[in-house]
Design a protein around this ligand. Structure first.
Ligand SMILES: Cc1ncc(COP(=O)(O)O)c(C=O)c1O
Length: 461
């Protein structure tokens, strides 16, 4: 497939997306079979299949096994915004715990000194002093020995995934993604034209043997070995070795998303996959979105040396480098030793918040069954049988509870219904009241707006 095929694929994606957003294709509409649409538009079937896969990856449609592809009940752009002051957004750190005073002091110091480098075009790889601090941090916290010369500072994990997808995939290439898995991550691969292969993710994370059965020649695998999103599985050593072995034989790359390993509540933290990699297959991606704030847009990738030049060129073309001033403040913050104690404080506070929410759900929201949540900043709760996940989400959001539908994390159909709820932004003192509000919203969703139990649709989020 060449560049113009890719732009045709984008055109099909965009036209269908617009039709959905304008209401011309309302929720639950069945999309025409890809073969029919391809004939109608005079395009190759693969172009249409890839456009459908991107729509699925970004949450606009759901594929139902054996019955076709349907417009999702909750379009991503049309999802009702959670009411102002909403709580429970998954995976977002608490804004009130951002270390504002220490950050302000570092920023003032950096601005007072203002070395010339900070007002020129920055090093596209990232400020050397920040890369040095990141390497130290990785060695101390993750046991990962990374050469600062191989670290690329990125605008969050998202940019690392986007660059990797652009460089390592041709349109139409198979790429493994966890199913359920990280929505924005699979979006980054789909935007590069990848054919997403949903590999089941269970209590032990990615089912590597299933991936090998489904797409042995995939070019890339996106995986969160420490804590799969959203169910929390951690890849045991056998699966890690099998994954590395497969990547070596297939010549595939592994994108290791290690976004929240700082927050582990049960069991020992697991060393990153990258520390086991002897063949240069793994691109390790880290972020400051969970430990500090997602608005900083700062993360990093540890890139195997043979790929570094290509990453640097692509990065220079994309944005010439991350904003130097923010990098310099973070480097100063880390250099004075403020990050490690901040993370320790966050761990203590989030552990308290997590325990308070679990306790409150047990007392006040008996219809919700929390799943084990060994790490990260969110819980997944199972809804009772016969619930309408979409209705539950809509009613919760309207009441300031920014929960997410479990179905949205699935590429295909989910086999059960659930909600993903964040606890980092919920002070322990509010847990009881919030759990009560959740239960009231869920009762309402089961009764339906007019007091009736809503028709059981096959809608999945
Ligand atoms: C699974 C996963 N990976 C990575 C990230 C971080 O992305 P970014 O660094 O682009 O903010 C998140 C943020 O919520 C996430 O949930």
């Amino acid at each position: 497939m060449n560049g113009s095929d890719q732009s045709r694929q984008h055109a099909v994606f965009d036209r269908l997306r617009q039709a959905m957003l304008s209401g011309a294709m309302p929720p639950q509409t069945r999309l025409p079979p890809s073969r029919v649409l391809a004939e109608e538009l005079g395009l190759s079937r693969q172009t249409v299949v890839l456009a459908y896969e991107r729509l699925a990856a970004e949450g606009y449609v759901r594929a139902r096994h054996g019955s076709g592809t349907f417009v999702a009940a909750d379009l991503p752009d049309a999802a009702p915004p959670a009411a102002p002051g909403s709580i429970l957004a998954a995976g977002i750190p608490a804004p009130e715990l951002f270390p504002a005073a220490a950050w302000a002091r570092c920023a003032a110091r950096v601005l007072r000194r203002l070395p010339a480098g900070l007002t020129q075009y920055p090093d596209p790889q990232g400020l050397p002093e920040l890369r040095q601090e990141i390497a130290r941090h990785l060695a101390a916290t993750r046991g990962l020995l990374a050469d600062p010369a191989c670290i690329l500072v990125t605008a969050g994990t998202q940019q690392a995934l986007r660059l990797a997808a652009e460089l390592l995939l041709d349109p139409g290439d198979d790429a493994w993604v966890e199913d359920p898995g990280y929505i924005a991550g699979r979006g980054a691969l789909a935007a590069a034209g990848a054919r997403l292969v949903g590999v089941p993710s269970d209590a032990e994370g990615l089912d590597v043997a299933a991936g090998i059965r489904l797409a042995p020649a995939a070019r890339l695998a996106l995986v969160a070995p420490s804590h799969a999103t959203p169910l929390g599985g951690a890849l045991p050593i056998g699966r890690r070795l099998a994954l590395l072995d497969w990547a070596g034989r297939a010549g595939a790359a592994i994108l290791e998303d290690d976004c929240d390993s700082e927050f582990r509540w049960q069991g020992k933290p697991l060393p990153p996959l990258a520390s086991l990699d002897r063949t240069g297959r793994v691109i390790y991606c880290g972020t400051f979105s969970k430990t500090l704030a997602p608005a900083l847009r700062l993360g990093f990738a540890v890139v195997p040396p043979p790929l570094l030049g290509a990453f640097l060129r692509a990065r220079t073309l994309a944005d010439r480098g991350p904003p130097a001033l923010t990098q310099a403040v973070l480097a100063a913050f880390m250099h004075q030793g403020s990050l490690a104690p901040h993370i320790r404080r966050m761990r203590t506070e989030y552990a308290r918040r997590r325990a308070a929410l679990l306790d409150a759900l047990g007392r006040h929201a008996p219809s919700l069954t929390p799943l084990p949540a060994p790490g990260g900043l969110h819980l997944v709760v199972r809804l009772p049988q016969g619930s309408d996940e979409q209705a539950a989400v809509q009613i919760c959001r309207a009441r300031g509870l920014a929960v997410a539908p479990l179905g949205a994390y699935h590429l295909g159909e989910a086999s059960w219904q659930g909600l993903v709820i964040g606890f980092a932004g919920l002070p322990a003192a509010l847990a009881g009241e919030t759990a009560r509000r959740l239960q009231t919203a869920l009762d309402r969703a089961r009764r339906g707006p007019g007091g009736r139990v809503p028709r059981q649709s096959s809608r999945r989020g």
